[in-house]
Write a protein that binds this ligand. Structure first.
Ligand SMILES: *Cc1c(COP(=O)(O)O)cnc(C)c1O
Length: 400
């Protein structure tokens, strides 16, 4: 958690006042490297020792964050050529960079084959394109098959597996595809399954892991190549809203240990077994800091108008009018000890009523110049927001 020092929130041991002076302007994003490091240590202490940890770069692709994580995780998962370049600029070897996602272009696939990145193939036609590229370049592509399971994981904020999907190859199609590919010049390493995101329920994650392992081991049994790679996905969530309870990681770690010992290792003693996580690693390490520009009362309602908004932190606004909007955790960062509270709406500087960062929130009485801080801003913040909307400048990001 972030510390509060002398009634002022601190990020990376630096008080918010001093940090905003150093950054020189608001709004900005700040990520706390100690929080990222301690999250990885915690994961390592709970997950079995021979599970490899991969960071999904799209959660926070800031190069300094990715560089910091290069010294802490075993692999990177990327979803575009740009993310791949960021990942390849680190000490993580190309063979431990995996490239997943639908609609990879021929240019992206060519770069991935040339760099020796592992391509997680999302369709049969993508597989034949990769084989062609390999022939053309005279390089044997390193590939895995992303599998769309025949079951659904409930309780995820976002479902990306089960039923019809643009993600992965339907499991029932995989055996015949493997037979077709066995004559292609591909280095088929193994399988990938990623069926959902933002799950806070340990029991559901355990169940999903068990079913994923069962599914992938069944496919491994039919695979014409020795299977050396199993990417079990992840989907570990973080609490965003009032009623969210943090994920209890212990049972998940225990289930993974049981699966490794009883199922995976007896069948695949040497396979590289990977869990890939994005928001769980970085989401809670970041804050979005914005300044009160105006304070106004309209027919009895207090509005704090800030210099940031949904163009930087879309998710906190409710994603352009999502049906049920809930508040992200929000504080007045320079009044952590103030006791006199009031109910206010915190709105951004865009000309739309959807630019709402806090709706009817109870905050200490804030004045013009105060710093409003939104937590859980370390993942899917700046790069997942419509920064060009209204043409305000990009906010700086700092890793402290
Ligand atoms: C986005 C993504 C992730 C990361 O999801 P989080 O919810 O941030 O953990 C992992 N794997 C794949 C394939 C993804 O597309």
């Amino acid at each position: 958690m972030f510390e509060a020092a002398q009634s002022c929130l601190a990020v990376g041991g630096i008080s918010l006042d001093r940090l905003s002076e150093r950054v020189g302007s608001t709004p900005f994003f700040a990520y706390d490297r100690r929080l990222i490091t301690s999250r990885i240590s915690y994961l390592r202490s709970v997950l079995p020792a021979d599970i490899k940890l991969s960071y999904a770069v799209k959660a926070n692709p800031m190069p300094a964050v990715v560089q910091h994580l290069a010294g802490l995780v075993d692999a990177f998962d990327v979803a575009s050529a740009f993310e791949m370049k960021t990942a390849l600029d680190t000490s993580i070897s190309a063979s431990h960079v995996s490239f997943a996602g639908p609609g990879k272009t021929t240019a992206e696939l060519t770069q991935a084959v040339a760099a020796g990145v592992t391509i997680e193939m999302e369709s049969a036609s993508e597989a034949s394109r990769v084989a062609e590229i390999g022939n053309r370049l005279g390089i044997r592509p390193r590939v895995a098959l992303r599998v769309n399971p025949d079951f659904q994981v409930k309780g995820s904020g976002m479902r990306m597996g089960g039923g019809p999907q643009q993600f992965g190859i339907d499991v029932e199609e995989v055996p015949s595809l493997m037979r077709t590919l066995s004559s292609a010049d591909l280095d088929l390493l193994g399988f990938h399954v990623f069926a959902g995101s933002q799950n806070l329920h340990a029991d559901i994650l355990c169940e999903a892991l068990s079913r994923n392992v069962e599914l992938l081991l069944r496919l491994a049994g039919e695979c014409p190549w020795p299977v050396r790679y199993l990417n079990l996905g992840g989907g570990f969530g973080i609490p965003y809203f009032d009623k969210d309870r943090p994920l209890d990681l212990m049972p998940v770690g225990q289930r993974l240990a049981d699966l490794m010992e009883a199922e995976i290792r007896p069948n695949l003693p040497d396979a590289r077994v990977v869990i890939e996580l994005g928001r769980y690693i970085v989401g809670e390490s970041g804050v979005y800091v914005t300044r009160v520009i105006d304070r106004k009362v309209s027919r009895g309602r207090v509005y704090l108008v800030v210099d940031g908004g949904l163009h930087h932190q879309l998710a906190a606004s409710g994603n352009f009018g999502q049906v049920i909007r809930r508040n992200y955790p929000i504080v007045v960062g320079n009044r952590m000890d103030d006791r006199e509270m009031e109910t206010v709406s915190v709105v951004g500087c865009l000309c739309t009523p959807l630019d709402l960062l806090g709706d009817n929130v109870s905050l200490p009485r804030a004045e013009i110049g105060d710093l409003i801080v939104i937590f859980q801003a370390g993942a899917y913040g700046l790069t997942a927001s419509p920064t060009a909307f209204l043409g305000h400048p990009l906010p700086p990001e700092v890793l402290v």
